[in-house]
Design a protein around this ligand. Structure first.
Ligand SMILES: *[C@@H]1O[C@H](CO)[C@@H](O)[C@H](O)[C@H]1NC(C)=O
Length: 153
């Protein structure tokens, strides 16, 4: 697979400077309640390796530095829409935002995702998984929902 096609952090950087290097892929997987995980399940991977963060119920957010591909922060928001909004507003432009739902969330927290131009959350059904990746400047890269939601940059 072409590094450019599979990489979000690098696609955004390398397009302009044509640096030949292996780039990280970001992947977000969110399993709905109807899967074998009755409470849902969420997982964040960078270059196929899970990041060291254990998602909790609700919206989970991981911010990645697009240049260094390092995790800046990883947080869970259980009925904390104001904190989620603040964090989404505060991320720097060179940040890649990964979002996974685990088990469900309140409407206000889902609504907050419009700050990074997520668009599918209004049609999210109860118990479904939801995965979203936004690139630098909040440009949506990929978004998925369903029994198993799988978004790859
Ligand atoms: C990303 O890393 C670069 C290089 O270390 C740094 O200059 C920049 O401020 C970082 N950006 C964020 C949002 O952490």
């Amino acid at each position: 697979m072409q590094p450019l096609a599979r990489s979000l952090a690098c696609a955004l950087i390398v397009l302009s400077i044509a640096r030949a290097q292996a780039c990280a892929t970001a992947r977000v997987v969110s399993f709905g309640k109807a899967t074998r995980w009755a409470d849902g399940w969420a997982s964040f991977l960078l270059s196929d390796r899970p990041i060291s963060f254990f998602p909790a119920r609700g919206v989970n957010l991981v911010a990645i530095n697009a240049s260094t591909e390092e995790v800046i922060f990883a947080r869970s928001y259980k009925k904390a829409p104001d904190q989620l909004k603040k964090d989404l507003q505060d991320v720097a432009l060179d940040t890649v935002v990964l979002v996974a739902l685990k088990g469900g969330a309140d409407q206000e927290s889902l609504q907050a995702l419009s700050l990074v131009h997520a668009s599918l959350f209004p049609v999210l059904a109860e118990g479904e998984g939801y995965a979203f990746i936004a690139g630098r400047g909040g440009v949506p890269i990929t978004e998925d929902l369903g029994r198993v939601a799988d978004a790859t940059s």
